[in-house]
Design a protein around this ligand. Structure first.
Ligand code: ATP
Ligand code: MG
Length: 349
């Protein structure tokens, strides 16, 4: 998994930052080297990672303006895990000034982040960028630097409208500066299966986006909301909470998707080479070979276990063995069903 993923949606309060911080922690818990970039002047990702945004000497602002190297602005976020946590490029309100300054530049203003990342890109398995709630120059920089965009969405009435504006922007960025930019996935956040409208919007998302909709659904969960006030991801606030487990499941789903893509690429030439003599024994392209592990191969047994367990709790029924391999279309309104089987958290609303 070597990817730069922008977490973007111009609608405010949909769970971008919550996703950024908790996905960073979950991927770090599976031994991935993670860089988390705060690209929002609100500095919520910074605070949610336990770093005081009012005390920053260097931040995303200086990096974008070329006033310091990326390496000089990075901060370690220590987590109580054997793997040591993740790395943060922090931000605060100075980033607003940086955006204004970028806008005055005659050329190159969209590529500042992409260029700044070049020297460090290979040092991380995944780079997550938390975008501000606007389609502004900061978000454009994130989308130009990214390989893919992860779109958190609350399943409510205006959600699809916001989504089409974002997809238009993604299209424009592809045309102008980053033809490889892909959609990592649409993530249903703060989901309440008792809400009929949420189930309807969820079904519409699956109709329109098919397997681009993550099978993992993030439930509305009080632990996710209160963890930032302790300056830590939910995984290290209450690791048993449905919110923490959902983000672990999301990390597991992303890792498995990646492995399946790689396996499809690897298996296809093997099938071609073996045909026609051994054709019946080979795995057909697109199918999941029996050897694909359910959990990440690089993960240690504890985190792999957590991943598998969490993934099975949050995947649609019938997909427990290999949630991503099952056809998403078959899940229908899986928004509600996706975590119907999770344990009841007495602290949850
Ligand atoms: P902004 O657009 O302002 O950057 P955002 O899209 O980053 O917002 P968050 O800050 O992640 O959204 O979430 C908005 C609020 O909802 C926060 O108070 C957060 O703690 C809360 N929240 C996010 N996800 C959940 C969830 N799954 N369950 C309960 N509360 C949540
Ligand atoms: Mg935010």
């Amino acid at each position: 998994m070597k990817r730069v993923i922008a977490i973007a949606m111009q609608k405010g309060g949909v769970g971008k930052t919550t996703t950024a911080v908790n996905l960073a922690a979950s991927l770090a818990a599976t031994k991935r080297r993670v860089l988390l970039i705060d690209m929002d002047p609100q500095g919520n990702t910074t605070m949610g990672s336990g770093i005081d945004k009012s005390q920053l000497t260097r931040s995303t602002c200086e990096v974008l303006l070329g006033e310091c190297d990326l390496a000089a602005a990075l901060l370690p976020v220590e987590l109580p895990t054997a793997h040591g946590g993740f790395t943060l490029l922090p931000a605060n309100q100075d980033l607003t000034a940086a955006e204004v300054r970028l806008l005055t530049l005659p050329i190159g203003r969209e590529t500042k982040l992409r260029n700044a990342l070049v020297p460090k890109r290979n040092e991380f398995d995944v780079i997550l960028i938390d975008c501000p709630p606007a389609l502004n120059m900061l978000t454009v920089n994130a989308l130009v630097a990214a390989d893919s965009v992860l779109i958190p969405m609350q399943c409510e009435y205006y959600a699809l409208e916001g989504l089409s504006a974002l997809l238009n922007t993604v299209e424009q960025i592809r045309d102008a500066a980053n033809p490889q930019l892909s959609i990592e996935g649409v993530l249903r956040t703060m989901f309440d299966p008792r809400n009929n409208l949420a189930n309807e919007v969820s079904a519409q998302l699956i109709t329109h986006f098919g397997d681009k909709v993550f099978r993992t659904v993030i439930p509305r969960n009080i632990r996710l909301a209160e963890a930032p006030s302790f300056g830590r991801p939910a995984l290290f606030h209450d690791k048993e909470s449905r919110g923490a487990l959902a983000y672990l499941a999301l990390a597991g789903e992303m890792i498995r998707r990646e492995e399946e893509t790689l396996d499809t690429v690897r298996v296809a030439p093997a099938v071609a080479a073996a045909a026609p003599a051994a054709a019946p024994a080979a795995t057909p392209p697109g199918a999941t070979p029996a050897t694909v592990p359910a959990a990440a191969p690089a993960a240690d047994s504890a985190s792999a276990e957590a991943e598998t367990e969490a993934a099975s709790k949050h995947a649609a029924p019938g997909a427990a063995q290999h949630p991503v391999a099952a056809a998403p279309a078959a899940t229908g309104t899986d928004g509600g069903a996706a975590y119907a089987g999770t344990r009841t958290d007495p602290n949850d609303p």
